[in-house]
Design a protein around this ligand. Structure first.
Ligand SMILES: Nc1ncnc2c1ncn2[C@@H]1O[C@H](COP(=O)(O)OP(=O)(O)O)[C@@H](O)[C@H]1O
Ligand SMILES: [Mg+2]
Length: 486
C-alpha cells in the first residue's frame, strides 16, 4: 500500500464509543500486521491518544494543528506503544484561525502530500464541524458507531455531507456499539443489535459485520489511578469485546488491502487537474489581446457586461482575442463574399450570416507561398460544429486598400498580422474563429466554451489539406455549400 488508507470514526453523538474504537483499532490492526505503518490522531481534545500510546514525555515536534498549517504529517509523528505512531492532540484546535478558515480538503491534501503509507485512523468530535468535515473528506472508510435509535437518526447529516464531497455511500459503515446483551426484546428483533441493524438496513445504510458489546471490563480500562488507558487487546483478552475487535480489525485490513483508489490519491489527482486548468486559464488570459482583432479598437461593453462576439485563436494557442460582430461580418462580406457595397445593418443578408455563423467555425490560413511575385495566397474555410469542411475560398492577401489619397493596410491584412500568421507563414498555423454568445470582454473564454472550441480546433487541424490547388470556390451564405474533398 502506497498512500494511506484512511479510516475516519465519526458520529454526531457523543459517548457512542468513537474514541474507544479509534485507539483500540490502532492496536488490533498493528497486531495483525506489524510491518504496516499505523498512524492515529484525534481532533478531540481529551488526549486519550496520548494516555494510551505516549512513551515518556511529549516531544516538541508539533501536533495535529500542523496538518492545517502546511506541516507534513510525518514531521509531526511520535512513535508510541505497540508500534502505533500518533500525531499529538491539540487543546484548542477548533479556535485556531487556520482551522476555522480551512477548506474541507485541507487534511486530505496534507496526507496526499506526505509519504505516510499503511492505515491512518482519525478520531473526531461529536459535531460536524470543520475538523470532522476534514476527517471525512480524507476517508476511504467512515466508521459510524451507533448505540441507539437517536444516534442512528443522527447520521443523516454525515451521509449528506459525504455525498456532497463525492464520497460513495458504501464507504460509510454503521457499527452498533455499546450493545447491552442483557436487554432482550419480544418480537422479531431479539436484542438491540438486531434492532439497530434492521433500522439501518431499512434506511439504506450499510453496516460492518458484527457489533461491539457493552462491557464493564472495557469501561474499567479507562479509569485507573495511573490515569492511563489500557488496550483491550492486552488487558481485556477473554472478553467478547476482544473477539469483536479482532473481527472488526480483520474486516478493515481486508478492505484496506482491496482498496483500488485511495481517497487522498484521488484528491491529489483532482488538485493537479485543477492546478493545470488554472494555469491554462492564466496562460489564455495572458495571450488574450485586449482589442478587437479586426479594427484594433477597444471592445464595446454594454452596461450588463455580456454580449456576442466572435472569438479567434491561433492553432498554437499563442494568440487569442475577440472580434466585434460587425467588424468580422463586414470583413467576410467584403473579402470573401465580395459584396460591392456596404451591407447595411437591416440587410437580411446580415441576419442570414448571423444565423449560419452560429453553426459554423471559420478558418483563415496560408494556402501557399506564390513564387510568381503575386504575394501570399490564403484560404478562408468554413467548418461545421463537428469540424467538417463546408466550404472554402482561396484569395490573395492584399496589403493596402485601393484608396486615392492614403495607403492604408486592409483590415484583413491587419487581422492576419495581429494573429501572427504573416510572421512565419506556415500552412500548419491557422486562425480559428467562432461566434460566441454572451461573452464578457476582457475575460478568457469560459471553460465549457473553450473545451468545445479546442476540440473543433483539433478536428480542423487534422482535416485541413496539406496544400491546396490555387482554385477558389465561393462560400455559400447558408452554410450548406457542397463539401470540397481535400
Ligand atoms: N464496549 C464498551 N463497553 C463499555 N463501555 C464502553 C465501551 N466502549 C466505550 N465505553 C465507555 O463509554 C464512554 C464513551 O466512550 P468513548 O469512546 O469516549 O465515546 P465517544 O468518543 O463517542 O464520546 C467511555 O467512558 C468509555 O469508556
Ligand atoms: Mg471521543
Amino acid at each position: 500500500m502506497r498512500k494511506p488508507y484512511v479510516v475516519t470514526i465519526s458520529s454526531e453523538k457523543g459517548g457512542v464509543g468513537k474514541t474507544t474504537l479509534a485507539i483500540n483499532l490502532a492496536v488490533y490492526l498493528k497486531a495483525l500486521n506489524e510491518d504496516l505503518p499505523l498512524t492515529l490522531f484525534s481532533f478531540d481534545n481529551h488526549f486519550s491518544v496520548e494516555r494510551l500510546f505516549r512513551i515518556g514525555k511529549q516531544g516538541d515536534r508539533g501536533d495535529v494543528s500542523g496538518l492545517f498549517t502546511g506541516r507534513l504529517p510525518e514531521e509531526l509523528l511520535e512513535l508510541g506503544e505497540y508500534g502505533v505512531q500518533f500525531i499529538p492532540s491539540c487543546r484548542r484546535l477548533d479556535e485556531l484561525p487556520e482551522v476555522r478558515e480551512a477548506a474541507a480538503d485541507r487534511v486530505a491534501r496534507s496526507l496526499a502530500a506526505s509519504h505516510l503509507g499503511g492505515i491512518v485512523i482519525i478520531d473526531t468530535r461529536p459535531t460536524l464541524d470543520i475538523l470532522t468535515r476534514n476527517a471525512l473528506c480524507a476517508a476511504d472508510l467512515v466508521l459510524i458507531p451507533v448505540k441507539d435509535t437517536p444516534s442512528l437518526e443522527n447520521c443523516r447529516n454525515l451521509y449528506d455531507f459525504c455525498q456532497s464531497q463525492g464520497i460513495p455511500k458504501k464507504a460509510l459503515r454503521l457499527l452498533p456499539c455499546l450493545i447491552d446483551s442483557r436487554i432482550r426484546f419480544k418480537g422479531p428483533f431479539a436484542d438491540a443489535y438486531q434492532l439497530l441493524k434492521a433500522y439501518a438496513i431499512n434506511r439504506g445504510y450499510r453496516c460492518m459485520e458484527g457489533f461491539i458489546s457493552k462491557s464493564p471490563k472495557v469501561e474499567s480500562l479507562n479509569t485507573n489511578p495511573e490515569g492511563r488507558i489500557y488496550p483491550i487487546l492486552t488487558h481485556g483478552r477473554g472478553t467478547n469485546v476482544h473477539r469483536q475487535f479482532a473481527h472488526l480489525a480483520r474486516q478493515i485490513m481486508l478492505a484496506a488491502k482491496g482498496c483500488e483508489t485511495y481517497r487522498v490519491d484521488s484528491i491529489r489527482q483532482q488538485q493537479l487537474r485543477q492546478r493545470d486548468k488554472e494555469h491554462a486559464l492564466r496562460q489564455r488570459l495572458e495571450n488574450l489581446l485586449p482589442n478587437c482583432l479586426v479594427c484594433d479598437r477597444l471592445l464595446e461593453v454594454p452596461p450588463d457586461g455580456e454580449r456576442d462576439f466572435f472569438y479567434g485563436e491561433t492553432a498554437d494557442g499563442r494568440i487569442c482575442g475577440y472580434l466585434e460582430e460587425n467588424c468580422f461580418t463586414d470583413l467576410v462580406f467584403r473579402h470573401f463574399y465580395q459584396t460591392r457595397r456596404q451591407v447595411d445593418n437591416d440587410n437580411p443578408l446580415r441576419e442570414l450570416f448571423r444565423e449560419s455563423s452560429e453553426r459554423s467555425y471559420f478558418v483563415l490560413r496560408l494556402n501557399q507561398e506564390e513564387t510568381d511575385g503575386s504575394g501570399l495566397q490564403f484560404c478562408f474555410y468554413r467548418f461545421d460544429e463537428q469540424g467538417l469542411e463546408i466550404s472554402r475560398k482561396s484569395f490573395e492577401l492584399k496589403t493596402f486598400e485601393n484608396r486615392f489619397l492614403s495607403r492604408e493596410k486592409t483590415r484583413l491584412f491587419r487581422l492576419m498580422e495581429r494573429a501572427g500568421l504573416l510572421d512565419n507563414p506556415s500552412t500548419k498555423d491557422f486562425l480559428l474563429i467562432r461566434r460566441m454568445r454572451g461573452l464578457i470582454a476582457g475575460e478568457a473564454l469560459p471553460e465549457s466554451h473553450y473545451a468545445a472550441f479546442r476540440q473543433v480546433m483539433n478536428e480542423v487541424a487534422a482535416r485541413l489539406p496539406k496544400n491546396l490547388p490555387p482554385s477558389s470556390a465561393l462560400a455559400d451564405l447558408s452554410g450548406t455549400a457542397a463539401v470540397h474533398q481535400p
